[in-house]
Design a protein around this ligand. Structure first.
Ligand SMILES: Cc1cc2nc3c(=O)[nH]c(=O)nc-3n(C[C@H](O)[C@H](O)[C@H](O)COP(=O)(O)OP(=O)(O)OC[C@H]3O[C@@H](n4cnc5c(N)ncnc54)[C@H](O)[C@@H]3O)c2cc1C
Length: 567
């Protein structure tokens, strides 16, 4: 008897096969702007489906290792990574995945929408980057922080060009050293201290508990400047050179040795993100450069970085969901059950259709956050800044949760094969689970949303967008318009309740529910806006999203019928 071997087709080209991505770019960039981005996107997509997919598998199969000592007993703390990881690093630089929004040429072509193009690059690059998307996010955050006018131009000039280089030989990435063992969310408990040196540099001492991309050339570390007092607001961001080559304190160490005062205790053995070196790092009078005046409360400056990494997190979630869908659809076309292809089973189609609705929602939410970020950076648009204040945490928290739920479904859609390591499918679930944890858990972000509403009056810009979307939806679908208007009214009342008594137990206990409701309603509004521009896929997605997430209805029958359009 012959042995059955399941053929497994490769999924579509992630750019050519993603109608929503292309129509989103057409709308956000205009036809000429999209045309100007096409070659860049097609080149990256071609590399993703070829060498980068292989590099991704290699990096996953060969996780980083820490070599603590050289053969003669000298402490070297070297992190060895795989060729696949290195290929991902080089590709990120070559394709300007970090650099694009900082390049004069890109700002000249797309203006504020250079961030929209970058989001498209991330959408293609992230899912099979072996989570090199993490150092990409942190490098972008560090570049945004270094771009602030408060930062010493000499520091900026020395480091920013390296972070945004498109030459793999000179490009660097950054880590960010914030979390300490006694407190990740609760930064007020940070105990790393900074003291000034005579030459204007600083020395940092402390223990950092979660340092991803620990092989990067630099890190942004939070420390409490000497005499700064308690609390989190006074914490200041510092640039720490990771290697001896960049540390003026080095006295003859090899250039790739750790900078004096920087010790890599160990690498974390993590559930996922296995190719990504995440370390525990000790600092003992390590050389550091202040990013802004350490005497002025620095957490606000550090938030520039955090906003960037949060929107990258949303992009990673949305990109991963879209790639999971592509893999599941390809598999369903080849797998046979009950006498036919899985792809024609109404039940399986409905399952994939609902996932496609979620992928569309996550995509527009992440896309909107990037569009706002671009408008803040280019042109300092105050309306965009006000909206981004609440959209960044909302986008991160909602997409993070969707990504985990979707990844579980994608694993299940492969049956037993989805549970087998070398199919590459289990990784979807493992890697998704970091998304709601890193850079603010769901609850921590929900509390941040409350702060945005009560301290920075972030509710009105959001409510205005929701009101406008209800009006836009009316000619297309009165039912959708009524749902949006009804939920917006409910949210208006809840936000008033928050403003009236922000510390009440009911408000704090309800923060997660409120934040998710806000994010889901915003997503419906964004899909409506895209539908009103003329996108048929977004129109169906908007209707099904609103029924699924705002009215909590079962959308199986419509998702089954609409599957092709939704993909
Ligand atoms: C793979 C990975 C990579 C990471 N990389 C980095 C990195 O590069 N740099 C870095 O600085 N950090 C990094 N982190 C750390 C991450 O940012 C923290 O783990 C995260 O912020 C949570 O902090 P914590 O671990 O101290 O958990 P805690 O803050 O102790 O949270 C525990 C639980 O308490 C809840 N909670 C916390 N505060 C509140 C509150 N006020 N109200 C209600 N509930 C609350 C949380 O939601 C969570 O469920 C990484 C984490 C992971 C998993």
């Amino acid at each position: 008897m012959s042995r059955y071997v399941q053929p497994v087709p490769a999924p579509d080209d992630p750019y050519a096969g993603d109608a929503l991505l292309r129509s989103w770019l057409e709308r956000q960039l205009g036809a000429a702007g999209h045309a100007a981005a096409k070659d860049r996107l097609a080149d990256l997509a071609a590399e993703v489906t070829g060498p980068l997919r292989a590099a991704h598998a290699d990096a996953e199969a060969h996780p980083p290792t820490l070599v603590r000592y050289d053969p003669w007993g000298a402490r070297i703390d070297r992190i060895d990574t795989s060729p696949g990881w290195e290929a991902q690093r080089a590709a990120a630089a070559r394709h300007a995945v970090v650099a694009l929004p900082y390049l004069e040429s890109a700002r000249g072509t797309w203006g504020a929408a250079a961030r929209v193009v970058q989001h498209a690059l991330l959408h293609l690059y992230g899912p099979e980057s072996a989570t090199f998307s993490c150092p990409v996010a942190m490098a972008d955050g560090a570049a945004a922080l270094l771009s602030l006018p408060e930062v010493d131009p000499a520091v900026r000039d020395a480091w920013l060009p390296r972070l945004v280089s498109t030459d793999p030989a000179t490009a660097i990435t950054s880590g960010q050293w914030m979390t300490e063992s006694q407190g990740g969310s609760d930064l007020a408990r940070s105990s790393t201290t900074g003291r000034p040196a005579a030459d204007g540099s600083w020395r940092l001492t402390g223990e950092k508990w979660f340092c991803s991309a620990a092989d990067s050339a630099m890190a942004v570390a939070l420390a409490r400047p000497e005499g700064a007092g308690r609390g989190s607001r006074v914490l200041a961001p510092f640039l720490v050179p990771r290697y001896a080559a960049d540390s003026p304190l080095a006295t003859g160490e090899a250039p790739d040795a750790p900078a004096p005062g920087v010790t890599v205790h160990r690498l974390k053995d993590k559930l996922g993100t296995r190719a990504l070196p995440t370390a525990e790092i000790g600092l003992r009078d390590a050389y550091a450069l202040p990013l802004g005046d350490p005497a002025s409360p620095g957490l606000a400056r550090a938030m520039t970085l955090v906003v960037v990494t949060r929107v990258h997190n949303a992009a990673a979630a949305a990109g991963g969901m879209r790639r999971g869908l592509a893999y599941a659809r390809a598999y369903a076309s080849a797998r046979h059950v009950a006498g036919g292809a899985l792809a024609v089973s109404p039940l399986h189609r409905a399952t994939l259709g609902a996932l496609a609705v979620d992928a569309a929602g996550a995509f527009v939410l992440a896309g909107h956050a990037f569009a706002l970020l671009g408008r803040v950076e280019v042109g300092a648009d105050p309306a965009a800044a006000a909206e981004l204040r609440i959209v960044a945490p909302l986008a991160k928290l909602a997409t993070g949760r969707l990504a985990v739920a979707s990844a579980s479904e994608y694993v299940e859609s492969f049956g037993g094969a989805g549970y087998v390591e070398d199919t590459g499918v289990p990784r979807l679930l493992r890697d998704a689970q970091v998304l709601p944890i890193w850079e603010g858990t769901t609850n921590v972000l929900a509390l941040d949303v409350l702060r945005a509403v009560t301290r920075e009056d972030a509710g009105p810009p959001l409510l205005r967008r929701l009101d406008a979307a209800a009006d836009l939806a009316r000619p297309v679908s009165p039912a959708l318009a009524d749902t949006l208007a009804g939920v917006t009214g409910e949210l208006r009342e809840r936000l008033a309740g928050v403003a009236a008594d922000p510390q009440s137990t009911a408000v704090v206990a309800g923060a997660r529910g409120l934040a998710l409701r806000l994010a889901h309603t915003l997503t419906a509004a964004l899909l409506v806006e895209h539908a009103a521009w003329g996108d048929e896929q977004a129109e169906l997605a908007a209707r099904l999203w609103a029924r699924r997430w705002l009215r909590h209805e079962d959308v199986a029958a419509d998702a089954h019928h609409g599957l092709e359009l939704l993909c």
